[in-house]
Design a protein around this ligand. Structure first.
Ligand code: NAP
Length: 297
């Protein structure tokens, strides 16, 4: 799908994306690149990174990949340094790396719970922490008045409660808290904007295939306000907007990009009955005694 944005709105920017080699992260890498950014991607699997870098370069996008695990501080430091060494600076950090699986809370070991928090939450903090010295205003390659941008990929699972997702719900709640706190502290001190995107179910991703396995017969589309599952492109376009100058006053927010799904509830009354029903209910309500004691005087 064509982007509605001008192709140079991220011109000259350098972006590092954890989990940028697959799924939603790769689509953000691609769209950032198509809008003028140079791309560094980080992940654990070399073949995934190599394929992603080749695909980006075949589109004419300057791209480089680094193996690394966000749970390891030394990896985070090495990849941030290597990115700056390669491209000369760092403008944008996207934290998209995450782990997920369906599991009932009673079957989830505390270790499994911790692993997801280590990747999603602690990993996000570690990357932000290591990237700070290059994202702050006055850092190498950046002016003394303009800081960089951090985008944390979250979820909507924790807005209410989600079946079999206690680990990810807890992890993404922590990510959202970090988005707000860093926006406050680093926005004030270093002119760094920090925002998040909370995707709903996104088609053609590992995430969705794990949460809604094809073996389970589901009618998820019927339950959605817009009657459709999102696309990776939807998340990437929101990312381009937030990372661009158009988003310069947006700081500390996590934008749900889910078609309104997290708000949705099954319709409890048929739409064409509402008018008729309202009149009947109103009439009955007016005829019913108010409950106040009547005067005996
Ligand atoms: N798909 C959805 O419907 C959906 C909905 C809501 C939120 N999200 C969020 O969107 C993001 C992308 O999800 P996706 O579905 O596109 O999944 P995905 O393709 O599996 O993306 C996850 C990426 O993170 C990398 N990664 C995982 N653990 C890592 C670690 N310890 N260190 C470094 N990299 C690591 C993976 O590469 P390696 O395994 O090679 O390291 C992979 O490239 C996630 O944050 C997810 O929570 C997705």
């Amino acid at each position: 799908m064509e982007s509605p944005f001008k192709p140079d709105i991220l011109k000259g920017k350098v972006a590092l994306l954890t989990g940028g080699g697959s799924g939603i992260g790769f689509e953000i890498s691609t769209q950032f690149g198509k809008h003028g950014a140079s791309i560094a991607i980080m992940g654990r699997r070399k073949n995934v990174i190599d394929d992603a870098v080749s695909a980006l370069r075949s589109l004419g996008i300057p791209a480089v990949g680094f193996e690394g695990d966000v749970r390891r501080r030394e990896d985070a430091e090495r990849v941030v340094e290597a990115t700056v060494k390669h491209f000369g600076k760092l403008d944008i950090l996207v934290n998209a790396a995450a782990g997920n699986f369906l599991v009932a809370a009673e079957d989830l070991s505390p270790n499994g719970f911790k692993t997801v928090l280590d990747i999603d939450s602690v990993g996000t903090f570690t990357m932000c922490h290591e990237a700070l010295k290059y994202l702050k205003k006055g850092a190498p390659g950046r002016s003394s008045s303009t800081g960089g941008f951090i985008l944390n990929i979250s979820a909507t699972l924790h807005y209410t409660a989600s079946w079999y997702q206690i680990h990810v719900s807890a992890a993404k709640a922590a990510v959202d808290a970090m988005t707000r706190n860093l926006a406050l502290e680093w926005g004030t001190d270093y002119d760094i904007r920090v925002n998040g995107i909370a995707p709903g179910p996104i088609s053609d991703t590992t995430g969705l295939s794990k949460l809604l396995p094809q073996e389970i017969n589901h009618n998820s589309r019927d339950k959605m306000p817009l009657y459709k599952v999102g696309e990776k492109w939807d998340i990437a376009m929101a990312s381009v907007y937030l990372a661009s100058y158009a988003g310069k006053y947006i700081n500390g927010t996590t934008m749900p990009v889910d078609g309104g799904l997290w708000l949705s509830q099954p319709r409890h009354l048929p739409k064409d009955e509402i008018k008729k029903l309202s009149r009947t209910v109103e009439k009955r309500s007016r005829a019913t005694p108010s409950g106040l004691p009547t005067s005996k005087l």
